[in-house]
Design a protein around this ligand. Structure first.
Ligand SMILES: NC(=O)c1ccc[n+]([C@@H]2O[C@H](COP(=O)([O-])OP(=O)(O)OC[C@H]3O[C@@H](n4cnc5c(N)ncnc54)[C@H](O)[C@@H]3O)[C@@H](O)[C@H]2O)c1
Ligand SMILES: CC(C)CCC[C@@H](C)[C@H]1CC[C@H]2[C@@H]3[C@H](O)C=C4C[C@@H](O)CC[C@]4(C)[C@H]3CC[C@]12C
Length: 369
């Protein structure tokens, strides 16, 4: 066996390493990547939990920075072997302007690519999204499709538009010569709706249910399937891709992979009840309690209210025309491309993913009392 000094030789950078997914990627790398010598965590907002990681055998370097600032990105990337770029503005609720979403998600990604090219980093893993594909503006279903399934990917909302542009930049950068003359190897991972410990929207639904006396009211037909994937498995896919890109550059470079595991196909609300049910909430109704036209009306009303109230306060409810369309359109994946290309198998079974998520919701409940 190689001695540990020899084995620990790699420097990784995770952008957005303090976000929901980023934290899981960081922790997964520390647990599962024996070759790691230094782990750089770059984020606009650094979490206090980073301190506890600094006592381990891997050097953990926390870097407070902004992906829209090219010089900050270049300084963080210099000397890294692999960059995992998860930083992004995830906003489908109108909290931030379309310009800011574009600046962070598109220009931020351009800065990461240019930093790799200028400083000689050869491997770049990008966290894309299922929304690069759909649901599209026509609300056409994507039923258990894979990376090759034909689908009209047309978007108008700033978030999916920005993710699609950024993904395209990353894929086009595959093969560019980096400092030193070797080619850049890139690929993009497309998670469906991620769930698990730290999922803010799950927390919001939980608190909403508590406010409504332990009930949630069905808004979406149970027949609409919405793709979900456990955060631990998404993180594991990132770790595997980062590890295998060097050895399988010809096969994996410039490729996209949906993130998948054995989570069941269900509607968005029925899926959430897998966790919120055991925490004491009940989903009322076997059919949507409000007619669809009324939801469309309320969603449009929310847009108007958001606009009217903007000078006074930020009104950003969960329901708007885009989120309604997302929740109301079947979009699920069924693929084994990641297994074929880099040997991915989910690290967490559905039962374990479910148990971990329930325990986390219960802890949220405990800490709220
Ligand atoms: N949550 C999901 O269901 C989901 C699904 C598919 C894809 N994704 C993608 O996964 C990635 C992570 O999403 P998440 O759910 O963990 O979101 P998140 O908001 O929890 O994490 C994003 C992180 O990026 C950081 N960040 C934002 N702007 C930045 C900037 N200008 N400079 C540096 N850091 C910045 C944030 O501080 C945050 O820590 C995103 O790229 C998102 O598009 C998320
Ligand atoms: C009709 C309402 C009562 C229900 C609203 C649910 C809505 C907030 C949910 C439904 C689908 C969710 C999105 C989906 O899981 C996938 C993604 C991809 C990812 O890149 C970012 C998060 C996002 C957009 C989820 C956000 C919350 C949504 C819209």
């Amino acid at each position: 066996m190689a001695d540990s000094a020899q084995a620990q030789k790699l420097v990784y950078l995770v952008t957005g390493g303090c976000g929901f997914l980023g934290e899981h990627v960081v922790r997964m790398l520390l647990q599962q990547e024996p070759q790691l010598r230094e782990l750089r965590i770059f984020d606009l907002h650094l979490g206090p939990w980073l301190e506890e990681l600094k006592t381990g055998p891997v050097q953990v370097t926390a870097i407070q920075g902004d992906v829209t600032q090219a010089h900050e990105v270049a300084a963080a990337v210099a000397g890294a072997h692999v960059v995992i770029h998860t930083a992004g503005l995830v906003d489908v609720f109108g909290k931030t302007s379309p310009e800011t979403i574009h600046e962070v998600n598109v220009q931020g990604t351009r800065n990461v690519i240019e930093a790799c090219v200028q400083t000689g980093t050869r491997f770049l893993v990008y966290t894309s999204s299922m929304e690069v594909v759909g649901p599209n503006v026509k609300g056409q279903p994507f039923y258990r499709g894979n990376e090759n399934t034909p689908y009209e990917a047309v978007h108008r909302h700033p978030y999916p538009c920005s993710k699609a542009l950024a993904e395209q930049l990353v894929l086009e950068a595959n093969g560019r010569k980096v400092l030193g003359g070797l080619p850049l190897v890139t690929c993009a991972l497309r998670p469906t709706g991620i769930y698990g410990e730290g999922h803010q929207i799950m927390r919001d639904f939980y608190h909403q249910g508590l406010r409504l006396g332990g009930r949630l009211f069905r808004a979406i037909p149970a027949s609409v399937e919405h793709g979900r994937v456990y955060v631990g498995n998404v993180a594991w896919m990132h770790v595997l891709v980062a590890r295998e890109l060097e050895h399988r550059a010809a096969l994996m470079g410039g490729q996209v992979y949906f993130c998948y595991d054995n989570s069941p196909y269900k509607s968005y609300e029925d899926f959430n009840m897998e966790f919120l049910g055991p925490c004491g909430l009940r989903l009322v109704g076997t059919h949507p309690l409000l007619p669809y036209w009324l939801l469309v009306f309320l969603a449009a009303l929310n847009v108007l209210l958001q606009w009217l109230l903007r000078p006074l306060l930020l009104y950003a409810p969960l329901l708007n025309p885009y989120t309604l369309a997302m929740a109301n359109t079947t979009f699920t994946v069924s693929t084994d491309k990641a297994r074929r290309h880099f040997g991915y198998e989910p690290l967490f079974s559905w039962e374990e993913s479910r148990t971990r998520t329930i325990r986390w919701v219960q802890a949220v409940e405990g800490s709220a009392q």
